[in-house]
Write a protein that binds this ligand. Structure first.
Ligand code: ASP
Length: 344
């Protein structure tokens, strides 16, 4: 028989994790177990998520803290500030903490992962996890995803790999992970490189050697009000009034989701050339979903920098931080190069 003191000493010897909850489908509640598309995201507490996976007690001692309880489409920049501050404080105050796991809606999980990758400078793992089916659904994927995220967070080899996302038995790097399907538990891909690893009965398997990390905004303090950065999606004959309207609205940053390899239309290039106000900090990404955007003279003289292989939504995250850090265009270009993003 296991007595109370044995249980207590077993718990004390387990790795300690911080679980931060933000909402999403992983904490979603539907009216019936057969509902997989209609439900209230973020309805369940962190305690309820942990209680659904009693097996976690064998893996780690987990402290839970709520940052938000929203559908991730409704995540606010202020939530990002709170999340970053909480993680930085946890790592700074608690050298014995093994890592952080974050439950998150899948719709914008990749943006939060990339944001943290650029801001959190610590070798300990930060692992994001979500689910495509609400917690109340038949065959909900959240409990297993959460279990596997914790397996990854306590795996010693997860250190120094940057921010990770664990879904459907795959471990993705923040830089590459993206949601590629609106439905189905296998909705996530690592564009251009494949997953960093897998989780199964035998444990966590790592497929790639981690690249050396650089955290460009490790010491950046986040403001209470963030700059405005818009994304403009390229298409055939974009309405001529859109870009001038955005420029007049005073946006500080602009990401173009250009056609092909990040091409702007003549209408857009002319609007930029005609604009006589201060130009926002601008990046050209692409709408193809993979492949690089290179430097191009025609676009460079209009003040546009290429986003390399960054998706438009991740390019926007980088621009937000660059603006908060008050980087010049030349300094942003240097950051892109050092991150290995800008192909010259
Ligand atoms: N609506 C959800 C969200 O919060 C989708 C999900 O989590 O799968 O992003």
């Amino acid at each position: 028989m296991t007595d109370v003191s044995t249980v207590a000493s077993m718990a004390a010897s387990l790795p300690r994790l911080l679980l931060l909850t933000t909402g999403g489908t992983i904490a979603g509640r539907g009216e019936a177990s057969t509902k997989v598309n209609t439900y209230c995201a973020g309805a369940l507490s962190g305690d309820a998520l942990l209680a659904a996976v009693p097996e976690l007690a064998q893996l780690a001692c987990i402290e839970e803290n709520a940052i938000a309880s929203v559908d991730s489409a409704d995540l606010q920049l202020a939530h990002w500030t709170a999340l970053v501050q909480r993680i930085r404080t946890a790592f700074a105050d608690d050298p014995a903490l093994t890592g952080v796991v974050i439950t998150h809606g899948t719709n914008t999980l990749e943006e939060t992962a990339w944001l943290l990758q650029l801001l959190i400078d610590d070798p300990r793992p930060v692992v994001l996890v979500g689910a495509m089916r609400p917690a109340t659904a038949l065959s909900a994927d959240g409990p297993l995803n959460l279990y596997q995220a914790v397996q990854v967070a306590v795996n010693p080899q997860a250190r120094e790999r940057g921010v990770l996302a664990v879904l459907d038995g795959e471990v993705h790097a923040a830089r590459a992970v993206t949601k590629r399907a609106t439905q189905g538990v296998g909705a996530f891909r690592s564009v251009g490189q494949g997953p960093l690893g897998w989780v199964d009965d035998a444990g966590v398997h790592w497929s790639a050697v981690p690249r050396r990390r650089w955290t460009p905004f490790a010491h950046l303090a986040l403001p209470s009000v963030w700059p405005q950065v818009a994304i403009l999606h390229g298409c055939v004959e974009p309405p001529a009034a859109f870009l001038p309207a955005l420029l007049s609205s005073g946006v500080c940053g602009l990401v173009f989701t250009g056609t092909g390899a990040g091409q702007l239309s003549a209408v857009e290039r002319e609007a930029l050339a005609r604009w006589d106000g201060p130009l926002p900090l601008m990046l050209r990404a692409n709408r193809c979903g993979s492949g690089p955007v290179h430097r191009c003279v025609d676009h460079a003289h209009l003040g546009l920098l290429p986003a390399g292989t960054l998706s438009p939504q991740k390019a926007r995250v980088l621009l937000l931080l660059a603006l908060i850090a008050k980087l010049s265009r030349a300094e942003l270009e240097a950051v892109l190069l050092k991150l290995g993003l800008a192909a010259v």
